[in-house]
Ligand binder design. Structure first.
Ligand SMILES: *Cc1c(COP(=O)(O)O)cnc(C)c1O
Length: 362
């Protein structure tokens, strides 16, 4: 097969997002012939040996990269992190129980709404008063809650929990946009879930890392497809898994491992964040939109001091081959999503554009 030459683009998309070029090439090969089986990943049975090997490896890589303790299951399910909101309540909230939530942005708010369908929700911390521009700290999590839910990284607003809350009750975390970007102590959580398309792979699967003994305790009768205990008992193979998304996630996880694991990813991400936020702070035409100590290394949000200059800035970064820099429609301004696979060279290209722009208009 002739290798297609792709136009060089610096992809700052918030998700789906940049993945390693070598993963795209391996994935393309798997579509043609999965590991010499003579079958495409798209046609092979999910009960076949080659696909079982893919699923086993994907689960093992998650456990290895995050140092997952014994007693946890790794599941690759469908429905996006958005279904994870409702799954959390269905699987952890007793019908007469209460759940504690931190409201730190759009996704956290949606998780709260879904939990409210299933029981009582106490919002124990919120940054809504300042348009989610900071991470609340020092809040109290009630010890009679069934669980505490928070969002580790707020993709839209550009804030991140640098330190995780200490909770007297099981913690559930939506880590969609910063899983595998830094080491975490999985043992502190009853469940971590994350849509693949922000830092792990393509859209189409959501990873759930769940403590087995935390499942099946609400007394609810659930449809099998909504029951995490069922999925865990069946090794994430209760029904047809999203085979291609699991395959490409496995390839990306394997790439992370070859690169040195999540500690190395964290170093790279910090270097990229320092470079970009350095320019935002140094150049007077730009302004960050979040509290400095809560800035996300994954999604850097900023605005122009003079918004009438936006068309000029937009033309310059587009000219430089940059894609996906516009902020989320609910926030405006700009958002540079710098997931694991975005090379620091791409950040340098953006910083150069910002400097040129500052010279032109400063
Ligand atoms: C993108 C995102 C979601 C929604 O993910 P889907 O897979 O589109 O459902 C949820 N939470 C966070 C933190 C996200 O960044």
């Amino acid at each position: 097969m002739q290798a297609a030459t792709k136009k060089k683009v610096h992809n700052y998309s918030a998700g789906p997002c940049v993945l390693p070029q070598e993963v795209f090439e391996q994935a393309a090969q798997g579509v043609l012939d999965l590991d010499g089986s003579g079958l495409s990943i798209l046609e092979i049975s999910h009960r076949s040996k080659p696909f079982e090997a893919v699923m086993d490896k994907a689960q093992a890589l998650v456990k290895e990269l995050l140092d997952v303790p014994e007693g946890y299951s790794v599941l690759f399910l469908q429905g996006g992190a958005s279904l994870g909101f409702h799954m959390t309540a269905l699987n952890f909230l007793r019908p007469n129980g209460k759940a504690a939530y931190a409201n730190t942005g759009e996704w956290a708010g949606r998780a709260i709404k879904d939990a409210q369908l299933e029981g009582t929700v106490e919002v124990v911390a919120s940054s809504e008063d300042k348009n989610f521009s900071y991470i609340p700290k020092g809040f109290i999590i009630p010890s009679d809650a069934d669980y505490f839910h928070f969002t580790s990284n707020n993709t839209i607003f550009g804030t991140q929990f640098k330190a995780f809350p200490k909770s007297p009750v099981p913690m559930v975390c939506d880590m969609s946009s910063d899983i595998f970007s830094r080491p975490v102590n999985v043992g502190d959580f009853a469940m971590i879930y994350a849509g693949a398309q922000k830092n792990m792979g393509p859209a189409g699967t959501t990873v759930y890392i769940v403590r087995n003994d935390a499942l099946g305790r609400t007394g609810r009768k659930l449809s099998k497809i909504l029951d995490l205990k069922n999925h865990a008992d069946k090794g994430s193979m209760y029904n047809t898994p999203p085979v291609f998304a699991v395959y490409v996630s496995m390839l990306t996880l394997d790439w992370m491992k070859r690169m040195g694991g999540v500690a190395e990813m964290e170093q790279r991400n910090n270097a990229k964040a320092e470079l970009l936020y350095g320019a935002v702070d140094r150049l007077p035409l730009f302004k960050g939109t979040t509290a400095v100590e809560d800035r996300s290394p994954m999604n850097a949000t900023f605005v122009l001091e003079d918004s009438t200059l936006e068309p000029s800035f937009d033309a310059m970064w587009k000219e430089a081959g940059i894609n996906g820099l516009r902020g989320h429609r609910s926030v405006g301004g700009y958002r540079a999503s710098m997931y694991n696979a975005l090379p620091i060279e791409s950040v340098q290209v953006l910083v150069n554009v910002m400097e040129q722009f500052a010279k032109k208009h400063g």
